[in-house]
Design a protein around this ligand. Structure first.
Ligand code: MN
Length: 99
């Protein structure tokens, strides 16, 4: 297995072997941020996982046509624990939060 496939396999294991996920994307989201967040959220739910889909800016009205758009919300003000947090469409760590 080459290095890229090994990394994908490792990500697959992390997804299969854990139960509770937060799926996040960058601030001032675009269609790929919100669409990829919803797509992974729905895939994980299909696997029976507990998933939160959050974006600092919430769902943009113009993307409300996306399937299950209502699942993507602003993060709550109270902290929540997860097994795995996944940042999508986010090349640098501090781009998923406005802080
Ligand atoms: Mn983007």
């Amino acid at each position: 297995m080459n290095e890229r496939d090994a990394r994908f396999a490792e990500i697959g294991r992390a997804l299969r072997e854990h139960r509770k996920f937060a799926v996040l994307s960058h601030v001032r989201p675009d269609g790929d941020a919100l669409g990829s967040t919803l797509a992974l959220t729905l895939s994980l739910k299909e696997l029976g996982k507990e998933v939160r889909a959050w974006n600092e800016d919430g769902m943009l009205e113009k993307y409300n046509f996306l399937p299950r758009a209502e699942l993507l919300t602003h993060p709550p003000s109270t902290p929540e624990d997860f097994d795995v947090a996944i940042a999508l469409d986010t090349a640098v760590q501090n781009r998923s939060s406005s802080e």
